[in-house]
Design a protein around this ligand. Structure first.
Ligand code: HEM
Length: 670
């Protein structure tokens, strides 16, 4: 949220106490009210990717597969049975029907790899490079929020539509939904494998294709072939005589048998489980020669990610509230090292990463505790580092560049520091990297912390400090994630939305900042608890003016989360005029692509041509989406409010009148 909320004529608000008292103002310019007591928490900004394709890759080039072919290519035969339950005529997603039509035309030129078979013309922006770029964009291609989980054949079989397609190869289940328009053989061909164990089909067509690298980011988890659902195996609902059922293996039994065969034939190298010799050291087995040459010949991620180690319990304070041990694993390409650190689901971690004297330090903050992981890498790592958090699973990912392009045998030596309570927020000097206008009076600043990337937990904010006439001015801002601007994805920047108030002491200065200038930030602050959304399926986001900023991260989180899947996000966005609506294009685009987002713009002073809702916050407007009935039927709901103080008070009172419990409301104040 930005953070100076005067549009609706009030003073700004932030914090979630429902009893709102005006906090001490460190610098009075009418911009915002800043509470003086900092919360004990460290940093973060959720970088969840949108379901919509902001920043869709646009490269028109089609690059031939990097995959090595056998010297004598196999002839292609279309001798597989077509799956009758496959619905290619289903309503399409961003990529779908029209693309399928245009993509399924075979090219006369034959395969770029020398294979006599026909490939399909891919849409511009769907080359191999575009696919790799999408994989590196941070988008959750597996749709699992960054966490792997086992999948039963029964569950697999339900993911068989263009909008939601999974397939299994050699005991691993991949979400291929996003890959469909990138598949050189066309989406229809790929859909033949959707919902099933497609190993045999895949091997018949192109056994040489390096699917596990191409789909590394789409991995959902192992196919749990050893524990099929009893109903599936014995088809309880099928009234056929028992003897028949015994003779004819059911579809699920067939799936299980195939999966076991495939697993036995699995060519993916099995690696030893890594056990740390001492509590500090984490070593791993080297990649095979084949794997090494594969990694070196391309910059595709390789499937050598593994559980590398976990923080020893003994180094952690064992008091009642101390955090559970951290676990981490790693994956490499020839140029990059990615370290994944696992906290707990919905713990909403913050953190930071930096390289000092060749050592990589990662700080992880959860529930008032700070833990540091120190990695002395096997070889030199260089900046810039990238850091992102998957809020649903609590996974933190650090991406570092290798100084020399090479495959490492081990990750290096890892040490876990003891958990220490966080006593105060940190300050950090930041360089302005980009400045972008987002409305007539509002600017978006991309700030790069000097020490390395920082993550502010979802729903938390930072403060900008600046001296004006020797008086320190402080203002609060909630960073917005990527994809709300045109800077492109930058996982090392904090992006703040600054509204200019001409009579303000700080905002005119911030609005004048240029690339290369510096500002001091402190944080993080806030008491938003993500775990309150654990079972929530419907959220009401009520924002005024720059109060939209905390809502942006939340709405992305809700739309991306998978367990439980969110059913509805209602965003009621109050502004004065059409020109004041921030991020309107982005919000419209998301609403268009994801019907679960219902955005209602409400203007208090619209132009005569405005056909939308008019007015200020009142019961009649809120009851467009929230009624006593809906609140009692949609039990798993939650409401968030952010705007000027008066607006926030009114919204909270109205919500309560409409039957929303105080426990199910969070007001951002501060
Ligand atoms: C299991 C169902 C699948 C079917 C029926 C299928 C079918 C096809 C067909 C007909 C082609 C075009 C013929 C050609 O190679 O020139 C093709 C090409 C290709 N497919 Fe698939 N495919 C499937 C799964 C996959 C998967 C899971 C991947 C991996 C991500 C994949 C990656 C590719 C690649 C990279 C090519 C180009 C190969 C080359 O350069 O020769 N396919 N596929």
């Amino acid at each position: 949220m930005s953070d100076t909320l005067q549009d609706e004529g009030g003073t700004s608000s932030r914090s979630n106490s429902l009893k709102i008292s005006l906090p001490t103002v460190l610098c009075t310019d009418g911009e915002s009210d800043i509470p003086t007591t900092p919360d004990t928490f460290v940093t973060s900004e959720s970088k969840l990717s949108l379901p919509s394709s902001f920043g869709t890759p646009t490269s028109p080039f089609r690059i031939s597969s990097p995959i090595s072919l056998p010297t004598s290519p196999k002839p292609f035969t279309k001798d597989f049975q077509t799956r009758s339950n496959m619905s290619l005529d289903e309503p399409s997603q961003p990529t779908s029907e029209n693309q399928i039509n245009s993509m399924s035309k075979p090219l006369d030129t034959g395969s770029a790899t020398g294979n006599p078979r026909n490939k399909c013309a891919l849409q511009p922006g769907h080359s191999l490079m575009d696919w790799i770029r999408l994989g590196n964009s941070g988008k959750d291609l597996a749709g699992t929020g960054g966490r792997m989980r086992p999948v039963t054949p029964a569950e697999l079989s339900t993911h068989n539509t263009l909008k939601d397609a999974w397939l299994a190869i050699r005991g691993r289940v991949y979400n291929i939904t996003h890959y469909l328009p990138y598949h050189p053989g066309g989406p229809e061909e790929l859909m033949r494998g959707a919902g099933i164990d497609a190993t045999e089909l895949f091997d018949k067509v192109h056994p040489w294709v390096n699917y596990d690298s191409l789909l590394a980011k789409c991995l959902v988890g192992p196919l749990r072939f050893d524990r099929p659902d009893a109903e599936e195996l014995f088809d309880i609902t099928n009234p056929s005589p028992k003897s028949d059922r015994l003779r004819e293996p059911s579809k699920a039994q067939e799936l299980v048998r195939k999966s076991m065969e495939n697993l036995a034939n699995c060519i993916t190298p099995v690696r030893k489980k890594i056990t740390a010799k001492s509590e500090e050291n984490v070593k791993s087995s080297p990649p095979s020669k084949i794997m090494q040459s594969l990694i070196q010949s391309s910059d595709l991620p390789v499937s050598i990610s593994r559980r590398a180690g976990s923080s020893p319990v003994k180094s952690v304070d064992k008091s009642k509230d101390s955090p559970s041990p951290l676990r981490f694993d790693w994956i490499q390409t020839s140029t990059k090292l990615t370290i994944s650190i696992y906290t707990s689901p919905l713990v909403n971690p913050g953190g930071s990463a930096r390289i000092a004297n060749g050592v990589l330090f990662v700080e992880v903050a959860t529930n008032g505790w700070l833990r540091t992981i120190k990695l002395i890498p096997e070889e030199e790592l260089t900046e810039p580092l990238q850091l992102r958090v998957f809020s649903e699973s609590g996974k933190i990912e650090v991406i570092a560049l290798k100084a020399t392009s090479k495959v490492w045998k081990n990750v290096g030596e890892t040490t876990y520091g003891a958990a220490v309570p966080i006593s105060s927020p940190r300050s950090v000097e930041c360089r302005v990297m980009h400045v972008e206008r987002v409305s007539h009076d509002t600017t978006l600043l991309a700030l790069c912390p000097a020490t390395g990337p920082v993550i502010v937990p979802l729903g938390h904010h930072v403060r900008v400090h600046h001296k004006v006439d020797d008086k320190e001015c402080v203002r609060s801002y909630t960073p917005v994630g990527d994809s709300w601007d045109h800077f492109g994805s930058d996982l090392s920047a904090l992006k703040l939305t600054v509204k200019r108030y001409d009579a303000g002491a700080l905002s005119p200065h911030l609005a004048e900042l240029k690339a290369g200038d510096t500002v001091t930030l402190s944080g993080p602050y806030g008491n938003f608890q993500l775990r309150k959304l654990k079972q929530v399926k419907t959220v009401y986001l009520i924002a005024a003016g720059t109060g939209i900023t905390p809502m942006l991260g939340l709405l992305k989180f809700m739309l991306v989360r998978s367990n439980p899947r969110c059913e509805r996000v209602h965003l009621l966005f109050f502004n004065k005029t059409e020109d004041d609506i921030l991020f309107k294009e982005n919000l419209d685009e998301i609403s268009e692509q994801d019907e679960r987002l219902n955005t209602i713009h409400i203007l208090s002073n619209p132009s005569p041509s405005w056909t939308g809702v008019e007015g200020r916050i009142k019961s009649e407007i809120l009851s467009k989406v929230i009624t006593k009935d809906s609140v009692s039927t949609e039990k798993q709901h939650f409401a968030c409010v952010c705007g000027p103080t008066e607006f926030t008070h009114t919204a909270v009172d109205l919500l309560k009148t409409l039957g929303v419990r105080e426990d199910d409301i969070h007001a951002f104040i501060g």
